[in-house]
Design a protein around this ligand. Structure first.
Ligand SMILES: *Cc1c(COP(=O)(O)O)cnc(C)c1O
Length: 397
């Protein structure tokens, strides 16, 4: 065997060819290594930069108090040992579920190990052949995959198109009908017309599922998008899902709803039943984060974030930088070509600002963009610096 070049295995040859195509199309993706603590100022690939592309909207991912809560619980060990239905359901999980249900004012909440797992588990459990999923075309990939996995018929409606949703709901259908939507769309930062969708679902006897990954912790005083109504009562939604990896700064997700919904998911959501329960210490960390987010400190952080968003809008307007309509922490700058998005992102990185270039298939072809995200941990000076760097990069890159 000495010196012999091993023959390339057929799988690797096939993958290599596909990777070459992605490279040629500017669609190849690589990771950058972050050293140490996550936050607004980080060290990435060995250099210091200001991070404008995380989902850590309240600046809590690196918070030492949350780490301390995890550390305290970690002293009892890391693993949960089994799925929650076997022996993996720890007191920490139960306490977090109770706190979440109280926060979103629903009878019950159920933990999942990720938002991805929650969406797949819920849709596959609730829908099957003969049922219908009605979905916004820009829904998160996990809702799309969950719908496919369920085997239900899939009605894709134009983004935020209320008359389109009304038409879809008016179609004769047997079986369960479920309308699923992101609350805040992850790559556009705009909001679903939830009040209209909720009313339509009630009118047509369809169930409504809201994925509030980007709203929980930030909107509705921290309780999430359903509490944005300004009324005493939250907006009606049968299935509320949100994750902890964004504003709460930890990891994992939950679904909240009626007693019947949660009991049914405990029986039937396969990503719950057949998956090891998350570490109890992670639940402890999330509960510590939830207490911060729901309290006065959460209000302070949300106010700071709103101020930064306003500053970013006015600064970009002054520089003639045309932003998409979004009033949330997610501020997309659509540039079109993949190569252009990569060039502008690269130029910003050279100046110490990290803003990822988002390309297809994450966004539709021809809409490659910078997805700029603001967090409560940024300063006004950093936002001003980003705008200046952006203005220069758009001219030269
Ligand atoms: C991030 C995200 C998810 C997935 O959540 P994870 O906990 O990261 O798996 C689901 N839906 C939306 C809208 C998201 O942005």
């Amino acid at each position: 065997m000495d010196g012999a070049v091993p023959a390339e295995r057929p799988l690797d040859a096939r993958l290599g060819a596909q990777l070459a195509v992605l490279r040629a199309q500017d669609l190849y993706r690589t990771r950058r290594v972050v050293e140490g603590t996550h936050g607004a100022r980080i060290v990435v690939d060995g250099r210091a930069c200001v991070n404008f592309c995380s989902n850590d909207y309240l600046g809590l991912a690196g918070d030492p108090r949350i780490a301390a809560a995890a550390g305290k619980a970690l002293s009892a060990g890391v693993g949960s040992g089994a799925s929650a239905l076997v022996s993996g359901y720890n007191r920490e999980h139960a306490l977090l579920e109770e706190a979440l249900a109280a926060t979103v004012q629903r009878p019950r909440a159920l933990l999942f190990s990720s938002g991805w797992a929650a969406n797949l588990g819920v849709l596959r459990a609730l829908l099957g052949k003969g049922d219908t999923l009605i979905a916004d075309e820009l829904n998160h990939a996990s809702l799309i995959d969950g719908g496919r996995l369920a085997g239900a018929s899939y009605v894709r409606v134009g983004h935020g198109d209320v008359p389109g949703f009304a038409d879809a709901l008016a179609l004769p259908a047997q079986g369960q009908r479920l309308l699923a939507t992101d609350s805040i769309f992850s790559m556009d930062g705009d909001a679903a017309p939830l009040a209209a969708l909720s009313a339509l679902c009630s009118q047509h006897g369809a169930a409504l599922m809201v994925d509030d990954a980007h709203g929980f912790g930030v909107l509705g005083g921290g309780r999430g998008v359903l509490f944005e109504t300004g009324d005493a009562e939250p907006l009606a939604a049968d299935i509320y899902m949100a994750g902890f990896g964004k504003a709460l700064g930890t990891a994992g997700a939950f679904v909240a709803g009626s007693e019947a919904l949660i009991e049914f998911l405990i029986q039937r959501a396969r990503t719950f039943v057949f998956s090891t329960a998350p570490p109890p210490a992670l639940a402890a960390a999330t509960r510590a984060s939830l207490a911060l987010v729901a309290g006065a400190e959460g209000d302070t952080r949300r106010t700071q974030l709103a101020g930064l968003i306003a500053r970013f809008h006015s600064g970009c307007a002054q520089q003639g930088i045309a932003l998409s309509p979004s009033s949330t922490a997610i501020q997309p700058l659509v540039l079109g070509l993949e190569s252009r998005a990569l060039a502008v992102s690269g130029a910003l990185f050279q100046q110490g600002y990290w803003v990822a270039a988002i390309r297809p298939p994450t966004v539709p072809a021809g809409t490659a963009r910078l997805r700029i995200t603001l967090t409560a941990a940024h300063t006004f000076a950093e936002v001003d610096g980003l705008i200046a760097a952006l203005s220069a990069a758009l001219k030269t890159a």
